[in-house]
Design a protein around this ligand. Structure first.
Ligand SMILES: [Zn+2]
Length: 231
């Protein structure tokens, strides 16, 4: 293989390497991507917290209601037990019993409201739990597929690096340096010549110039400075 041919091959390997490196980086980025999962986890956690709080409120409300009913029973016992004879005292007892009944009714409404809130939140927690579990399953499967692709890409990268190393060893350090220098500014250091034109900048080259390149000399395009390669 001529020197320009070797450099052209080197360039193809570099392009392949770069492409696969980008793929590897993208895979790593996706492997670390768990935003949806974290969001679902935090949503479920806050729903569970809310549920616990509402259940506690419900329990408290139930206890308060029991207390009120207990007190009402005591008043009723006094009222209808026949122990209290004083009419004024009876009127007072009656008033207090009515007062308690009102409180009980309010407490019952409050409890019903809480019970329906708890029920609603329990349903939400159930849905979120299912969603999270599906998301986890999905994520797990995606992780496995990505890990597999990562291994494959790394294998390709290793092979490409070996090939590049092997090829670079056959090329003089001056030519390699020139290649790297042009690559730094131009992205691609080698330009093919097709129909007498440099494919890097599309200028028509003097025949003698591309013929020297064809013969294997290291010739740079006058216009874009790239090393010319004629197939
Ligand atoms: Zn050119």
């Amino acid at each position: 293989m001529s020197l320009p041919g070797q450099l052209y091959k080197l360039q193809q390997l570099d392009i392949e390497l770069q492409k696969n490196q980008q793929v590897a980086e993208e895979i790593i980025r996706q492997l670390n991507e768990n935003k949806a999962l974290l969001t679902a986890e935090s949503k479920l956690a806050s729903q569970k917290q809310q549920l616990t709080e509402w259940k506690r409120n419900q329990k408290n409300s139930e206890w308060e209601l029991e207390d009120l009913q207990e007190r009402l029973n005591q008043f009723n016992n006094k009222l209808y037990g026949g122990m209290v004879k004083n009419p004024k005292e009876l009127v007072n007892l009656k008033r207090e019993a009515e007062n308690l009944k009102g409180k009980i009714s309010t407490k019952e409404d409050e409890l019903l409201e809480l019970m329906s809130q708890v029920e609603e939140m329990e349903a939400k927690v159930k849905v979120s739990t299912k969603e999270l579990s599906e998301l986890k399953q999905e994520w797990q499967e995606k992780q496995e597929a990505l890990t597999q692709r990562k291994v494959e890409t790394e294998t390709v990268l290793t092979r490409l690096k070996e090939n590049r190393q092997e090829l670079a060893e056959q090329i003089s350090s001056e030519a390699l340096n020139l290649y790297e220098q042009i690559k730094l500014t131009k992205g691609q250091a080698i330009a093919k010549v097709e129909q007498g034109r440099c494919q890097g900048c599309h200028i028509t080259l003097p025949t003698s110039q591309w013929q020297r390149a064809k013969a294997g000399d290291l010739v740079q395009c006058n216009s874009c400075n790239r090393i010319l390669y004629v197939e």
